[in-house]
Design a binder for this molecule. Structure first.
Ligand code: NAD
Length: 485
């Protein structure tokens, strides 16, 4: 196994932090421990929220919206200033993210820089929330009537986020919600909640009035309490499909935006430019130890190219170093927990027992998992039919493009997919028929830009992130009509 032990001294980062409710940081008796995912060191103790704190946080958000409206220009100024404040804390925030996630420093720098962009784009979008003119006199007998739509805040937004993008995914929910004029109650993932603390501190320092951002720590029980509170108008959730179902069930008639799981696929045709396809496929199969909702898990390669592709893909993946995320030479840090790494190992062993073959990897040490390539898989195996969320990719040959499209679509999910080809007509054909929220030509399933409309279909959820699209989702469209008298 190509691995490294700790080579850098990890300075202790022990932090004690509470909940942010109605502009005040407060502590509770119940605690959550956060550990460094590589060293196992205790890095923070956080107060967690029970029913009373959830009740007060949602109440504070609702009261803030009743008390005052923040003008769009002020929302924009606050979001822009938040980005400036965070930018000044770049080193500290990146260090925190590396510790709480186990992602490599360069992955965390990438996440951090994208967060600044997400805040900037949200600030811009706050200033251009537009409706439409409706020409009502287009209908017979409606002469002189005019209508227009106003976009008004939806109400209190609850944001519930996963561990695998603890700052940018949080910003993708909080910033558009505030840009749209909504107050927010945020519940970040229990495994990696510290970057959210930095974001909330920066928002408060940037001048966001009390009650507009409330931060609750805790696990799924705290999330479930938030879902029970009828004063929440809108849930923006990123996480597993299983939890997404629970949130949708609890939300009832209230609106939701659900960014859920996927078993992401990419198709490589024989006419692909291999020098481009190979590094992109390697990067998106293994980055963040495969713990990205768009991580490449199923790679369909045209049969005539299959042996050449597999050899080159294996050679490139074998160069990735697994180990200390603070070491600049490391490409893959630890998975979020040893239990998750054990689960991935079990699924691989099941596949091997069922006839799959290992081309690379397969092993782990603690939570460190080797980049793993499997072939001779069948669609019934869990490595193909469930989201593995680890650095594991199945490579499957195909004969016709129709067969590849059918295979990509043949899961309950539909978040994102990629295609490598130099034939425009093939790309156009696949774009029409592939069942995903985003489809990328000459990219893999994972190539998000923060201003894109981003989201899934089928069991990958619905609604769209990307500040402009999230603001559309987080506002009500109100029709106003005028009739001449
Ligand atoms: P998870 O579903 O276990 O947890 C996500 C959040 O939901 C956490 O904050 C958790 O505390 C909370 N939660 C758990 N139970 C709850 C309940 N009953 N009610 C309310 N909240 C509850 O997900 P995870 O393990 O943190 O993240 C991995 C998953 O997230 C993967 O499935 C991945 O595909 C998905 N994900 C999707 C996207 C996307 O954009 N589609 C992006 C990132 C991650």
């Amino acid at each position: 196994m190509n691995s490294r032990s700790t080579t850098t001294a990890v300075s202790p980062l022990l932090l004690r932090t509470g909940l942010l409710i109605d502009g005040m940081w407060e502590e509770t008796d119940a605690e959550l421990e956060v550990r460094d995912k590589f060293t196992g060191e205790l890095i923070a103790r956080l107060s967690t929220a029970g029913a009373a704190e959830v009740e007060r946080a949602v109440g504070a958000a609702a009261a803030a919206m009743r008390r005052e409206e923040i003008e769009p220009a002020n929302r924009a100024a606050i979001l822009r200033k938040t980005a400036e404040i965070l930018a000044r804390r770049r080193r500290e925030v990146v260090r925190t993210m590396v510790a709480e996630t186990g992602f490599t420093t360069s992955e965390c720098v990438g996440d951090f820089e994208r967060t600044l962009q997400t805040l900037e784009i949200s600030a811009e979008e706050a200033k251009r929330i537009v409706g439409e003119i409706i020409p009502l006199d287009g209908a017979a007998g409606q002469s002189g009537r005019l209508g227009y739509t106003l976009r008004v805040p939806v109400g209190v937004v609850a944001a519930i986020t996963p561990f695998n993008s603890p700052l940018n995914t949080v910003a993708h929910k909080v910033a558009p919600a505030l840009a749209a004029g909504n107050a927010v109650v945020l519940k970040p993932a229990e495994q990696a909640p510290l970057c959210a603390v930095h974001l909330c501190e920066a928002l408060v320092e940037a001048g966001l009035p009390r009650g507009w951002i409330n931060l609750l720590h805790g696990d799924g029980r705290t999330g479930a309490l938030l879902v029970e509170d009828p004063r929440v108008a809108y849930y923006t959730f990123t996480g597993s499909t299983e939890v997404g179902r629970l949130i949708q069930k609890g939300a009832g008639l209230r609106r939701t935006q659900l960014e859920l799981g996927n078993i992401s696929a990419t198709i490589v045709c024989a006419d692909a430019t291999l020098g481009v396809a190979i590094p992109r496929c390697v990067a998106t199969a293994f980055r963040k130890a495969g713990q990205v909702c768009t991580s490449l898990q199923r790679l369909y390669v045209e049969r005539s190219l299959f042996p050449t592709f597999l050899e080159k893909f294996k050679t490139a993946a074998a160069k990735l170093t697994v180990g200390d995320p603070r070491d600049p030479a490391t490409a893959i840090g630890p998975m979020i927990s040893e239990a998750e790494a054990e689960r991935a190992e079990r699924w691989i062993n099941e596949a091997l027992a069922g006839g799959a073959r290992l081309v690379l990897g397969g092993g782990r040490r603690g939570a460190l998992f080797q980049p793993t390539i499997l072939v001779d898989v069948t669609k019934e195996m869990r490595v193909m039919s469930e989201e593995i969320f680890s650095p594991v990719v199945c490579v499957i040959p195909f004969d016709t493009l129709d067969e590849a499209i059918h295979a990509v679509n043949d899961t309950p999910y539909g978040l994102a997919a990629g295609l490598f080809t130099s034939d425009l007509s093939k790309a156009l054909r696949v774009a029409r028929r592939i069942e995903v929220g985003s489809f990328h030509v000459n990219q893999t399933s994972s190539c998000r830009q923060d201003f894109m409309p981003y989201g899934g279909m089928k069991a990958s959820g619905f609604g769209r992130e990307g500040p402009r699209y999230a603001i559309r989702d987080m506002t009500e469209e109100r029709l106003v009509t005028f009739t001449p008298v």
